[in-house]
Design a protein around this ligand. Structure first.
Ligand SMILES: [Zn+2]
Length: 293
């Protein structure tokens, strides 16, 4: 038994949309502006086979379309509330996935943009879920940013059932990248931090300075060392932070940090970056990440 929508049944509406057991009486111009697919559907819509009466009890025959594949009318009703100017519904974690599904299915650009904007703003609260949606709808920036945070607690995230919902490509890329990080941690003692370093002219003794630097870095290596396995592993941003603590105040110290250490660290661990939204912060953390191809 089909019933009229409580919220979106307008007597001056000129198109009926049936979703599951609910009838929406809407305006072709509003719906057509929101969705190219609806625009096309309306052009082919035929008048309702049943008699239809508007709210004043006056008989009028208007075209109708039925949306297939929706298990409930509730999501559609929410999306209409988002599109229509007289109703308001915020996009949140509870509806963003369904909004994206409908926006994608019916090519609703404004609903898609609003859902994407929500994820860009909020992904830090649920990085794995944001990654899952970015993976699915190919949002490059959100994908990259979420992986930065997913790697921070990777063993925990990997255990969640949502992890299995990621595409197989994303799953294997994440696992490979994290394995590389783990291997790099295990091979830390092989890095010669000072090899190839050209001390600046102000440096009083290259040999002494090398020794000082090596001593500091042996200590840092011990702090993040994983053999014999003291689990859990340090999160990537912590490892980087430990290595990039200042080693001193003279010119040669700074030169070492900026040029030599960055080169050695990147060569050993790969590229790390801060979050896009934090990149101008002085103490921004640097993260491991992967990108959507
Ligand atoms: Zn020096």
């Amino acid at each position: 038994m089909t019933q009229n929508s409580r919220i979106h049944y307008y007597s001056d509406g000129d198109i009926l949309i049936i979703v599951n057991d609910t009838r929406f009486r809407l305006h072709r111009n509003i719906m057509g502006l929101a969705s190219k697919i609806f625009q096309d559907m309306f052009n082919c819509a035929t008048p309702s086979p049943q008699n239809d009466y508007n709210n004043n009890g006056i008989y009028d025959k208007i075209p109708e379309v039925t949306l297939e594949g929706e298990s409930t009318a509730l999501t559609f009703e929410d999306v209409i509330s988002f599109i229509y100017p007289n109703t308001f519904i915020p996009i949140g974690w509870n509806n963003v996935s369904e909004f994206l599904r409908i926006a994608d299915k019916y090519m609703m650009d404004s609903v898609l943009s609003a859902s994407k904007t929500f994820l860009e703003r909020e992904f830090r609260k649920k990085p794995l879920y944001a990654l899952y949606l970015a993976d699915r709808y190919l949002f490059r920036e959100i994908y990259k940013e979420s992986t930065k945070l997913v790697f921070e607690k990777f063993p925990d995230y990997k255990r969640l059932s949502l992890f299995q919902e990621l595409s197989i490509i994303t799953r294997s890329k994440l696992i490979n990248q994290y394995t590389k990080y783990t291997n790099a941690l295990q091979k830390l003692s092989k890095i010669d931090f000072t090899s190839g370093y050209l001390h600046c002219t102000e440096c009083s003794s290259n040999l002494n300075h090398n020794n000082e630097i090596n001593e500091k870095f042996s200590e840092r290596v011990r702090q993040v060392q994983v053999l014999p396995l003291p689990l859990p592993l340090p999160p990537p941003s912590l490892t980087r932070k430990i290595f990039f603590q200042s080693i001193g105040n003279n010119i040669c110290d700074s030169q070492f940090m900026v040029h030599q250490l960055s080169r050695k660290f990147n060569k050993h661990f790969g590229k790390f970056e801060p979050l896009e939204c934090k990149k101008y912060y002085k103490d921004a953390k640097f993260y491991l990440f992967i990108e959507l191809e």
